[in-house]
Design a protein around this ligand. Structure first.
Ligand SMILES: NC(=O)c1ccc[n+]([C@@H]2O[C@H](COP(=O)([O-])OP(=O)(O)OC[C@H]3O[C@@H](n4cnc5c(N)ncnc54)[C@H](O)[C@@H]3O)[C@@H](O)[C@H]2O)c1
Length: 300
């Protein structure tokens, strides 16, 4: 878990990464910062304000403690990882970073503004990454004067348990940046795959098409939500069905992502169904509101 020269691939072709920046310390940013620090990187994580920063840092501290409790890392590894993470509310504190990962909300204009600011303050060699789920990485690259050094790093949740980093190559990303980020992903203990910059890339395209098909089966009365999920859990041996997963993620989030991906691609597989829209508009958002395709109580 410590950052050795070998682990970070020093001496290989491509750029050497030691200092990592993370913008946004919410659900994903906190996980990304934690994993990077655990893998030996010096991490600065930047939030919008002190309150959110305090919250995000507390989450990182809590989950590092849980890693020790569960025997995933030793107390010493936890202490070293925690010492490697610094929080700030100033984007300028990222000016010495080798690689910066943006993990702010899924809003193209907001992300473009941050990319443009990072471009102004970081050195020319800094690689700028986005954790976007479905926005165009090429458009983000266009907001900078270094389009060759912009790339998508789509971490999956929960980041500390995830074994996969989906790398999104923008139309402009250069070979050196791609190679460096692939090596960076492996140094975090993850396998990497490279996708081109299309709506949803690989993982979210598959997920969105699957959940969309499951919703349409219920909508058209082919089977109940329970039976659609059972076909997947029993037939495929997965621990959760697509509709229970949609409830877990939040139907509003699923609807927003499907709509954005459909608007960008026109692909009918991605079109959110009328049933999903109706559920979102009536406030049935899944687990978080107590009802979606299933009903939930406090114990469930
Ligand atoms: N939630 C998931 O399961 C998931 C999975 C993969 C990718 N993503 C993507 O990751 C990104 C972040 O998602 P999330 O779920 O962590 O969102 P989140 O809302 O939990 O966290 C976003 C954080 O960014 C902060 N922020 C907003 N503007 C900022 C700014 N200008 N500077 C610094 N911080 C700022 C917010 O205060 C918030 O804490 C999105 O692009 C999302 O699509 C999410």
């Amino acid at each position: 878990m410590t950052g050795s020269a070998t682990k970070h691939g020093r001496g290989d072709a491509g750029m050497r990464i030691e200092k990592v920046g993370v913008v946004g310390c919410g659900f994903m940013g906190a996980g990304i910062a934690q994993v990077c620090a655990r893998s030996g990187y010096d991490v600065v994580v930047v939030e919008d304000n002190e309150k959110m920063l305090g919250k995000g840092m507390a989450v990182i501290e809590y989950y590092l403690g849980r890693d020790v409790e569960k025997g995933r890392i030793s107390q010493q590894e936890r202490d070293l990882a925690w010492a490697r993470i610094r929080g700030s509310i100033l984007l300028e504190e990222l000016d010495d970073r080798d690689l910066v990962i943006e993990a702010i909300p899924e809003d193209l204009e907001l992300k473009k503004t941050v990319f443009s600011e990072l471009d102004q303050l970081c050195s020319d060699r800094t690689i700028l990454c986005s954790n976007t789920s479905c926005l165009s990485v090429t458009e983000l690259a266009g907001a900078t004067g270094r389009p060759g050094k912009v790339i998508g790093t789509h971490f999956l949740s929960p980041v500390p348990r995830s074994k996969l980093l989906e790398i999104v190559r923008a139309d402009t990303t250069d070979d050196d940046t791609l190679e460096t980020v692939q090596r960076f992903g492996r140094s975090l203990g993850m396998e990497t795959l490279v996708a081109s910059d299309t709506p949803g890339f690989v993982f979210n395209y598959l997920l969105c098409a699957l959940i969309g098909a499951a919703v349409r089966l219920v909508e058209s009365g082919v089977a109940s939500a329970e039976d659609v999920d059972r076909s997947w859990t029993l037939g495929m041996g997965h621990h959760i069905g697509p509709l229970a997963l949609a409830d877990f993620n939040g139907l509003d989030v699923g609807y927003m992502v499907a709509r954005a991906m459909h608007e960008r691609s026109g692909d009918p597989c991605l079109a959110p169904s009328a049933l999903l829209k109706e559920m979102v508009e009536s406030g049935r958002l899944g687990r978080k509101t107590g009802e979606g395709f299933y009903k939930y109580n406090a114990e469930r």
